[in-house]
Unconditional design. Structure first.
Lengths: 336, 328
């Protein structure tokens, strides 16, 4: 059982080596409009047993980052231009698509946003659950069925033996997302990439799903990269957070530190603009303007046009990453 | 379940509203097999200058209610009146008046606009249709409206695709304001927008209400948004109202177990702020065949025998706050 990270900033960085290291990953989109640097030099580590939140608005490159880790970025138009994804001593970026297949679904699994698009509507749940188990685990017959039932039980699907022959449309939205979770976890992966898995679910169902995912993580010891735009999910699920803006990570911090003393003006502004359901409303401070588009990003710091603390040189040069507190690294000229 | 309409005839009054959708599996002319009871006998009102929110899980009937208010659907029974006039009996000029005074802003601003129309035409089309306002005047009004929602006049010749999501939603708000309505139905107005843009639109809606005195009927699933914007709250479950009252009262002291579960399921704003409330197990039962008695009893953590048999009435329990639950 891997060590669990408590959800506080007091534990700095776990001493163990990271299970996944991403170094200066660059993914560009090549279209008629030219080159769009959608992922522009992303660096982060994922440690064993932790949940790392990858937070940002739509178009900031968080999903593309996650997809390109396992070679699932749409090519064309996307292409990995540079960078390394180190997993168990292997640079995944350099593997052929055939070699990648022995990682994907087996050691690194994914849950995507909409369960209806990740499930095949004309195959039964059993068929779809059996696929990775046959391929990666070489399970057949009775062993296969037993494992399938175990995994569905893990995801708290009642009477799993009777549901194996059901089709996706016979499940409710929350149940469907659990089936997707079961498929992802069937081969006992070490890393789970969850890309906004609860966006299409109702609040009550979302809460139950997140609690379940957390329990399973404790039970089986799993490292999770949780992609979301919702700071509520971050507060609930993540040990550490990486905030992305316009293709770059602008701040990495333990969750508690991020909420207590956000280092980057963007993080600070975002936190100020989210209403709190548990407090009487007071006026929100909104961020003026909109994020830059992928094809015309400003030079220098991308947040400079919207930043309340902007200084002249912010617009010229990209700020370096500075560690402002233990485990909290910020890319902002304010801290240099 | 009749609310006291009182003497105030201004604003919107909804009385015993029912909407059942037929479900047919057989031939088109055969009798429907069953009905989806999307909205089942609800009553509420929206007074001038106030924001009333409808909340609940998907399938609870909140969007159907909004559509009924906009007359995009006709009710099975019940009455919706506006300024004392029954809108379902309205025809001709009366109906046009109603449509002018009740406008809507929808979730996805991209799909509620004609991509081939310029901003000024999108905003001012209602003025042409309803008032036949001449072009010169319309353009002037469009520019004013753009400014009112925080967009520059110079954008009036742009097409919707040239706007970002947040700007497009501002455009939708400008269009809704063009006829100076007294009520705007907001159906998930910020949920399609980026986090950093949401606060802009929420503040805009608040400011406009203060300045123009417009009332809002808000349909939203995000409770934090709802709390920020509303004066009164209506919680729906399977087509029925389970709790209603002043927003701050309901948020600080929810009475119905469903409201309590809904609020405790809302995500915390900071780590460790989670309430140790109930997590609802199970999914929403089917609205074609709602459970007998209290419709919530199948998921209710405190249900007892009476809940399974007898339907609780919506009663006023604290001043202004009503709940339908046998606990009280």
């Amino acid at each position: 059982m891997p060590r669990m990270l408590p959800n506080t900033g007091s534990i700095l960085r776990p001493p163990a080596a990271p299970i996944l290291s991403v170094r200066d990953l660059r993914v560009s989109l090549y279209t008629r409009r030219g080159e769009g640097k959608a992922v522009d030099g992303v660096t982060f580590d994922l440690y064993r047993g932790e949940t790392l939140g990858l937070v940002g608005e739509s178009g900031c490159g968080k999903s593309l980052t996650a997809l390109s880790l396992v070679g699932l970025h749409p090519q064309p138009p996307a292409r990995i231009v540079a960078g390394e994804v180190l997993f168990d001593g292997v640079n995944l970026v350099q593997l052929t698509s055939k070699q990648l297949r022995s990682y994907r679904g087996k050691r690194i699994a994914m849950i995507l946003q909409d369960p209806m698009t990740s499930l095949n509507p004309v195959l039964t749940i059993g068929d779809q659950l059996a696929e990775p188990l046959r391929r990666h685990r070489r399970l057949r017959g009775r062993d296969l069925t037993a494992r399938m039932i175990d995994v569905l039980k893990l995801l708290r699907i009642s009477t799993p033996e009777r549901r194996l022959n059901d089709y996706p449309h016979q499940f409710s939205g929350g149940m469907r997302q659990r089936v997707v979770g079961a498929i992802a976890l069937s081969c006992e992966p070490e890393i789970l990439i969850a890309d906004e898995p609860t966006t299409s679910l109702d609040v009550t169902v979302q809460t139950a799903y997140l609690a379940l995912l957390k329990n399973i993580q404790k039970e089986v010891g799993l490292s999770i990269i949780f992609i979301t735009h919702d700071f509520g999910i971050v507060a609930k699920m993540c040990d550490r957070v990486a905030v992305m803006y316009a293709g770059r990570i602008v701040e990495t911090a333990p969750t508690a530190a991020l909420f207590d003393h956000p280092g980057h003006p963007y993080t600070e502004a975002l936190l100020n603009s989210v209403p709190d359901v548990r407090m009487a409303p007071k006026r929100l401070r909104s961020i003026e303007g909109a994020p830059p588009r992928t094809y015309d990003r400003p030079s220098g710091c991308s947040f400079a046009p919207r930043c309340p603390y902007v200084m002249p040189h912010c617009r010229d040069r990209v700020p370096p990453e500075v560690e402002i507190a233990p485990g909290q690294a910020v890319s902002c000229w304010k801290h240099t | 379940m009749r609310t006291d309409v009182g003497t105030d005839r201004r604003g919107l009054q909804v009385t015993n509203l029912v909407k059942h959708f037929p479900v047919k599996r057989g031939l088109p002319w055969s009798r429907p097999d069953t009905y989806v009871r999307a909205v089942d006998d609800i009553s509420f009102d929206v007074k001038p200058h106030e924001t009333v929110s409808l909340v609940g899980e998907s399938g609870c009937g909140k969007t159907t209610t909004a559509k009924l208010v906009l007359r995009l659907e006709d009710p099975t029974s019940g009455r919706i009146s506006f300024g004392g006039k029954d809108i379902n009996m309205s025809r001709g000029a009366d109906l046009r008046d109603y449509r002018a005074s009740v406008q809507a802003v929808f979730q996805d601003p991209g799909s509620s606009m004609n991509p081939r129309m310029r901003a000024k035409d999108i905003i001012s089309e209602p003025l042409f249709i309803n008032q036949g306002m001449p072009r010169r005047q319309r353009e002037e009004r469009a520019s004013e409206l753009l400014e009112a929602v925080g967009l520059e006049r110079s954008l009036r010749d742009d097409y919707p695709h040239e706007f970002s999501g947040g700007m497009r939603q501002r455009l939708a708000v400008a269009r809704a304001l063009s006829l100076s309505p007294s009520l705007i139905v907001l159906d998930e107005p910020v949920s399609a927008l980026d986090v950093s843009i949401r606060a802009q639109i929420m503040n805009l809606l608040k400011d406009l209400q203060e300045r123009l005195g417009v009332a809002y009927l808000l349909v939203a699933h995000d409770l934090a948004t709802v709390r920020y914007l509303s004066h009164r709250l209506i919680v729906m479950y399977l087509g029925e109202i389970v709790e209603a009252g002043p927003a701050e009262v309901v948020f600080t002291n929810p009475l119905h177990p469903y409201t309590q579960a809904l609020i405790s399921a809302a995500l915390p704003a900071r780590p460790g702020e989670e309430s140790a409330g109930v997590i609802l197990s199970g999914d929403l039962p089917s609205p074609t065949n709602p459970p007998p008695g209290c419709r919530f009893h199948t998921r209710c953590p405190v249900a007892f025998d009476r809940c399974r048999e007898e339907k609780p009435a919506l009663r006023e329990l604290t001043p202004g706050q009503k709940a339908a639950c046998h606990l009280y």
